[in-house]
Design a protein around this ligand. Structure first.
Ligand code: NAD
Length: 311
């Protein structure tokens, strides 16, 4: 039987990426079924029936979806964060779940620097700003995105610090960053950049106690997930510290109180994207989409499970 790969993307990939995904799938003699820009969960529930594999982005794959997906063997999140997949439900259904780590890291890293420069130059409002050279940046999580940011930071002549309990301190040192032994230790540096996945441990972990420790000009950069930051605490710190900046790719849902808290017309202290844009580049779209398609082919043809996720 010919295998069917469902491309289920509530926010579609760029057309060029879809063409590339399609050619990988066709080369393996599989069929690509597309459900792009769908409007509601019912559309997804109807489309998953009979699919052997699925490529998704931020699409929710929960028990209800898995229940309908009677043929599904593998679901691949084209991207890094996989908090939209119910891994326990996948496990109990015998469905392999994967992400495509690193494929969008450079895109996110460039956005981080874009936001830092806009912030350091006061959103180009005509006033004098400052330079990034010799400044300190500390990474919460030192995976693919953080390392890509670190590489750019080295080019800018910045000093890097990192906290990641899953990576040996020696390895962090080898990569040219200073290991930090606690989350709190990160907040002694001017810039703190979040690159941890959203988990029970990281959820709302960035709170007032940590943010208040930051030195003058303290700036939090969040390209991870909005839920990692304790929003009420962030609002309070933005309101009470006139030097504090928040640069976020994952803007709070209700941005108005945040704008009111900073009260500056030019958005010097609060920089945010209209919607999550970190991975929104032609290159990252292509890389993640093609990697997802290749991982599906590798899984069926060679039993490859290198990027499979554990519940
Ligand atoms: P990654 O898996 O390569 O790195 C995550 C790192 O976090 C790992 O090194 C892991 O050891 C570390 N970590 C996990 N739990 C931790 C904890 N409690 N404390 C400290 N470190 C911890 O992932 P990545 O590609 O670097 O992406 C990181 C996160 O950024 C993703 O999970 C995703 O949520 C987010 N992301 C957002 C965008 C975007 O469009 N804005 C794009 C890519 C990734």
């Amino acid at each position: 039987k010919q295998r069917t790969v469902l491309l289920a993307t509530e926010k579609a990939f760029a057309a060029g990426a879809v063409t590339k995904i399609e050619s990988v799938v066709k080369a393996a003699n599989y069929t690509l079924k597309k459900l792009e820009n769908y409007k509601g969960k019912d559309d997804l529930l109807a489309a998953v029936e009979g699919a052997d594999a699925m490529i998704i982005r931020s699409d929710i794959v929960d028990a209800a979806v898995l229940e309908k997906a009677n043929q599904l063997k593998i679901v691949v999140r084209a991207g890094a964060g996989y908090d939209n997949i119910d891994l326990k439900a996948c496990e109990s259904k015998g469905v392999v779940a994967m992400n495509t780590p690193g494929q969008n890291a450079n895109a996110v890293a460039e956005l981080v620097f874009g936001m830092m420069i806009v912030s350091a130059r006061n959103n180009f409002d005509g006033t004098s700003g400052f330079e990034l050279v010799n400044r300190e940046i500390a990474f919460y999580g030192f995976g693919a995105v953080a390392r890509a940011v670190h590489k750019l930071a080295q080019g800018f002549g910045m000093k890097s610090f990192a906290y990641d309990p899953y990576i040996p301190a020696d390895k962090i040192k080898e990569m040219g960053a200073e290991p930090v032994s606690s989350v709190a230790g990160l907040f002694e540096h001017q810039y703190v950049s979040l690159h941890v996945p959203l988990t029970d441990e990281t959820k709302a972990s960035i709170n007032k106690a940590l943010l208040s420790k930051m030195p003058k000009g303290g700036t939090l950069i969040n390209t991870a997930r909005v839920e990692v930051v304790h929003e009420a605490d962030m609002l309070e710190v933005l309101s009470t510290r006139s030097d504090f900046c928040y640069l976020c790719d994952v803007a709070p849902k209700d941005i108005e109180p945040f704008k009111a808290a900073v009260g500056d017309k030019f958005g010097k202290r609060l920089i945010f994207t209209k919607k999550k844009m970190g991975a929104q580049t032609a290159e990252a779209n292509d890389n993640a989409g093609v990697a997802a398609a290749n991982q599906i082919v590798g899984f069926f043809e060679k039993g490859e499970t290198r990027f499979s996720l554990k519940a």
